[in-house]
Design a protein around this ligand. Structure first.
Ligand SMILES: Nc1nc2c(ncn2[C@@H]2O[C@H](COP(=O)(O)OP(=O)(O)OP(=O)(O)O)[C@@H](O)[C@H]2O)c(=O)[nH]1
Ligand SMILES: [Zn+2]
Length: 357
């Protein structure tokens, strides 16, 4: 018997007779691995998930708690996804049937995590703006962000960089580690207590796989020694996507996490830049664009130094990216609707042997 609480399960609703709660640890095409009180089982989705395929966001993802009809011979059946307490979604544009265009836009790639480790490499180009973007996503997700500066063994003096990060990001813990030497790793223990789930965010090559291997105390992920042009087949040692660490905490690593874009991130942006958005109310004109207008509170704050201009710039660039995603989404909905109308029109034309009567 396995205690599902060790997997972060919190019973929030009574489980009907004959149903079994479980947590999704791995997804391969149509087949799911689910950890349950009876051990890990394979499962498939109840047909109704496919009938309502438009509700893409409701498809189970790694980390989800689900209810199953348990079968000890063959696949169990996933009947319900329990409410998610946190999630990462990505905007999904890829080739789906036109009729579903309005509702396939959010694809959830990981859920029910407590902490988001935002990784940046100290020896690469350490970009605080990029960190701020990841912070917005983390805040939007419902997880608690923590910043991890990796590969400390490659730097002689980490202090200037650490000071710069802390200066610009004052409300989030920052840790300096090396997965190779073990430096700073003990600082991560408080986030890795039993039943806690962590996800990693960070650019390719910052050391996510190396950190996972170090925390697992074994090589579960293949680490890239040399960058390949072809990103396929990268992590070939395992398909597992939810790892139980020796400490009793879990780490999720899903392919989707590696290609997140900002998706409907207004709330996250608002949370990250409350100080900036508060200024807007103080502008003289309600439709102020904060560019050249007289009486603009933003320009005044930049001038007197109370709003660092780099902070204003990263706010503007996150807004732009978010708006781009939204426009693109609207554009695609529009285009799919048009394509569908055209297809119907052409069918009609054929049937009528020429132009519609
Ligand atoms: N010196 C040093 N190198 C490290 C450390 N962590 C990772 N590396 C190296 O950085 C490179 C990339 O590490 P990975 O762990 O594969 O990075 P990743 O973030 O998983 O990369 P993707 O799989 O592309 O997303 C490898 O060559 C690692 O050996 C560290 O703490 N110190
Ligand atoms: Zn203004």
């Amino acid at each position: 018997m396995i205690n599902l609480k060790a997997y972060g399960y919190i019973e929030t609703e009574a489980i009907p007779d004959g149903w079994l709660p479980g947590r999704i640890t791995e997804i391969q095409r149509e087949r799911f691995m689910v950890m349950t009180g009876q051990g890990e089982v394979t499962a498939v989705l109840k047909g109704s998930f496919y009938h309502h395929a438009a509700l893409r966001a409701e498809f189970p993802c790694v980390g989800d708690f689900v209810l199953l009809h348990y079968s000890d011979a063959g696949d169990s059946l996933i009947v319900k996804v329990l409410p998610r307490r946190s999630k990462f979604s990505r905007a999904d544009y890829a080739g789906h049937a036109a009729g579903y265009a309005k509702t396939i836009l959010e694809q959830v790639v990981a859920s029910n995590f407590d902490t988001v480790f935002i990784l940046s490499s100290l020896n690469g180009d350490l970009s605080v703006n990029r960190m701020l973007r990841y912070l917005t996503q983390a805040r939007q997700s419902g997880g608690t962000p923590v910043i991890i500066l990796t590969k400390a063994d490659l730097i002689t003096d980490v202090h200037p960089m650490l000071a710069e990060v802390k200066r610009r990001i004052s409300d989030v813990p920052v840790h300096v580690i090396s997965s190779h030497t073990g430096m700073g790793m003990s600082e991560l223990h408080p986030y890795l207590t039993p039943g806690q789930t962590v996800v990693f965010l960070g650019m390719s090559g910052v050391g996510k796989s190396s950190l996972l291997n170090a925390l697992m105390e074994q090589d579960v992920m293949k680490v890239q020694a040399i960058r390949e042009q072809d990103s396929r087949g990268r992590h070939t040692t395992t398909h597992r996507q939810l790892f139980m660490l020796p400490s009793g905490a879990m780490v999720m690593d899903t392919p989707g996490m590696r290609e997140l874009g900002l998706f409907h991130a207004e709330e996250g942006i608002r949370a990250s830049f409350a100080d900036v958005e508060e200024l807007f109310a103080q502008c003289r004109f309600t439709d102020c664009c904060h560019q050249t207008e007289p009486g603009c509170a933003v320009l005044a704050a930049i001038n007197d130094g109370s709003l660092p201009s780099e902070r204003w710039e990263s706010y503007v660039s996150q807004q732009q990216e978010n708006r781009f995603v939204q426009h693109r989404t609207c554009y695609l909905i529009d285009k799919r609707a048009k394509d569908k109308t055209n297809a119907m029109w052409n069918k009609q034309k054929k049937k009528n042997g020429g132009w519609k009567k």
